[in-house]
Ligand binder design. Structure first.
Ligand SMILES: *Cc1c(COP(=O)(O)O)cnc(C)c1O
Length: 409
């Protein structure tokens, strides 16, 4: 019998050819077994590393109260949810979690999805159809692209954070479409900058467009933890606030916070809400406890940004406004080499390459967490400088960090 693993089978030939092409461009991706512990400690291939690459900005995934709530929910309800939420999977914890999200975001209601990815592929085609218009930032997350494709709407991308461009495109195209949606990331995951939601809310209102922000990296990191609409002072003017519970909330799941009417429609029509199994009770309990802690102790959010500001100062990088600090290297090979050099010194910092980032902008992306210690950050700074990653060697690193921090918060 012929082995199914031989290259002469056309399927294997196809996959092998694809992989060789990606390898040649240094774009092949490899999964690495990684055991995470508390305080950003990792074990990778028997080596201990400190992670500066996690999205667990507040360290809540390993917070004792979160882990306990999660274990208790499994003991009470079991490991799985049994079915779709509309069948028997709607564990009572969902109600508490959705109320909590709505309260944090300042909306009437919220809907929890299986993940942020599932949220975006469900929300967008439920609200927007083939006759409609979508105006989106060119750097929005890949799952927004997936949601846009499913909607079949006309889509036009505006230059990153360029609100004049967004308004120009909207003004020129709005009349030909019954509905229009503006979509942005609240915080851009590869650059760490914030969407100009104040201006975008005005544009949306002037042209009767619906504004949606993806707060995957903004919940727990800005706006006192409440996200980008709060950070920009437009909490009541972003009618569709999407996000995830898998980053700063340290758990898993996606959400939309919106009016009760919109949420009722989403729960009735969004395919990725309906035709998928409910989240495990342990995950719901973890999210709920994590959000409690996030709102109870806003010093976690402040600490995270403080680390990022201190690091950026020391390396001559622009003052960050979020805990995400990109250090652009350029080529894939150089970015991979820098990441490997930091790993040698005990730090895990992933190199991001195309297509995740634009060609020629491969980068190290540093993510700071409230559970990093001052000593962790000091040593990271030392190691980065030793490896030639400081941007402007002339800059005085003893500038007033306190001042910058006040501005950023
Ligand atoms: C991570 C991320 C998502 C996906 O969220 P998951 O819960 O991980 O599926 C969506 N949007 C943005 C901007 C993200 O960074």
């Amino acid at each position: 019998m012929r082995s199914l693993d031989t290259p002469d089978i056309s399927l294997n030939a196809f996959a092998g050819e694809k992989l060789r092409g990606l390898e040649a461009k240094n774009q092949r991706r490899i999964l690495v077994d990684t055991a995470r512990g508390a305080d950003m400690a990792l074990q990778v291939g028997g080596k201990d590393l400190i992670s500066f690459t996690d999205n667990d900005y507040l360290g809540l995934s390993t917070h004792p109260e979160v882990m306990k709530a999660s274990a208790n929910a499994t003991a009470t309800y079991g490991a799985g949810s049994g079915a779709s939420r509309l069948v028997t999977g709607n564990n009572p914890l969902y109600t508490a979690l959705e109320e909590k999200i709505a309260e944090i975001k300042g909306t009437e209601a919220a809907a929890v999805f299986g993940s942020g990815y599932l949220a975006n592929v469900g929300i967008i085609p439920t609200l927007i159809g083939a006759q409609d218009l979508i105006i989106a930032d060119e750097l929005v997350h890949t799952c927004i692209h997936a949601g846009i494709a499913l909607s079949k709407a006309k889509v036009i991308f505006f230059r990153h954070n360029d609100t004049a461009h967004a308004e120009e495109l909207l003004a020129a195209n709005r009349d030909a479409h019954p509905h229009a949606l503006i979509i942005v990331d609240g915080v851009y995951s590869m650059d760490g900058d914030i969407a100009p939601l104040g201006e975008l809310a005005g544009i949306a209102e002037r042209h009767d467009a619906w504004l949606m922000n993806d707060d995957a990296h903004a919940l727990g990191t800005i706006g006192g933890g409440r996200g980008s609409a709060h950070a920009c002072g437009v909490a009541g003017r972003v009618p569709l606030q999407m996000g995830t519970l898998s980053k700063a909330a340290g758990s898993y799941g996606g959400y939309l916070a919106a009016s009760k009417t919109v949420i009722d429609l989403i729960k009735t029509r969004a395919r990725s809400f309906i035709y998928t199994t409910g989240l495990p009770p342990a995950v719901l309990a973890a999210s709920l406890k994590a959000l409690d802690i996030m709102m109870r102790d806003t010093s976690l959010t402040e600490q995270t940004l403080a680390h990022a500001v201190r690091f950026s100062k020391a390396l001559g990088l622009p003052t960050p406004v979020t805990p995400i600090v990109p250090l652009i290297i350029g080529s894939e090979v150089d970015a991979l080499a820098a990441s490997a050099a930091l790993a040698e010194e005990g730090f895990k910092v992933i190199a991001f390459r195309p297509p995740t980032v634009p060609e020629g902008t491969s980068r190290l992306r540093f993510c700071f967490s409230a559970t990093h210690t001052e000593a962790d950050v000091s040593r990271l700074i030392e190691v980065c400088i030793k490896n030639g990653l400081k941007q402007d060697p002339e800059q005085d690193i003893e500038q007033d960090i306190e001042q910058d921090l006040k501005q950023a918060l």
